[in-house]
Design a protein around this ligand. Structure first.
Ligand code: SF4
Length: 239
């Protein structure tokens, strides 16, 4: 796979049939149905290449289709202009390889960033490929060794930052974002709690943190978390 823009938040795609038998096209439609629901990852089918970040190309690129395919590519915005070849035909011609009437693969006419093999590829394979565009595959699939560190006795508890609130926030984050993003957010919240003098200041700082985060998913986490932390602190101050 060629290197893509480092962090895409969502991808709008336009589908082009460049001479497919319709097998691949049906599988592309499959991933858009509520069953596979590719839109939950921010991947949205658009009706015009002018709005598209990525082109999903199926078919072996026959001589009739090539001019249309190039025009569609040129109509896309200049960045990121991602091209995804779906199916054996789009990758290298498939069963039409070396035929007179076909170019034999999208990369003969356009630069391709991502290849999704199969004849046709299963919807899961298309989802996996499109997941790579968003960089979410590593997050979901990569295995990691969990190393138990020595317990830290003193985390700098003082003022509003107590061991009880630390454990509550960590438990909340584990349930809400999982282990992958938890520790970084937790460290930021601990810092806010250590440095704040009042509950209002904690709330203010966490909301400010939310608005400074670029990832909309993490922004949402900080907003929900600010409500949770404030509720916990207020509940404790009443008892
Ligand atoms: S890869 Fe297979 S299913 Fe897809 S267009 Fe070619 S022949 Fe049809």
């Amino acid at each position: 796979m060629r290197r893509l823009r480092p962090k895409l938040r969502s991808v709008w795609v336009f589908h082009v049939d460049a001479g497919a038998c319709n097998g691949c096209d049906i599988e592309v439609l499959d991933v858009l149905t509520p069953f596979y629901d590719v839109e939950r990852f921010g991947i949205k089918l658009v009706p015009t290449p002018r709005q598209a970040d990525a082109l999903l190309v199926t078919g072996s690129v026959n001589r009739q289709a090539v001019i249309g395919l190039k025009r569609v590519y040129e109509a896309m915005p200049p960045k990121p202009r991602i091209v995804v070849a779906i199916g054996s035909c789009a990758i290298a011609g498939g069963i039409f390889y070396d035929s007179l009437s076909v170019y034999g693969g999208v990369d003969k006419v356009l630069p391709v960033h991502l290849y999704i093999p199969g004849c046709p590829p299963r919807p899961e394979a298309i989802l996996f490929g499109l997941g790579q565009l968003l960089g979410i595959v590593n997050k979901k699939v990569r295995a990691e060794e969990y190393i138990v560190k020595e317990p830290i006795k003193d985390r700098g508890y003082r003022g509003l930052f107590t061991e009880r609130i630390y454990k509550d926030v960590r438990y909340f984050l584990t349930k809400y974002v999982g282990y992958y993003d938890r520790d970084e957010i937790l460290e930021n919240v601990c810092e806010v709690l250590r440095e704040s003098r009042s509950i209002e200041e904690v709330e203010h700082r966490l909301i400010a943190k939310a608005s400074s985060v670029r990832d909309p998913r993490l922004r949402e986490v900080y907003l929900v978390l600010s409500g949770f932390v404030v509720e916990q602190l207020r509940g404790r101050s009443r008892t």
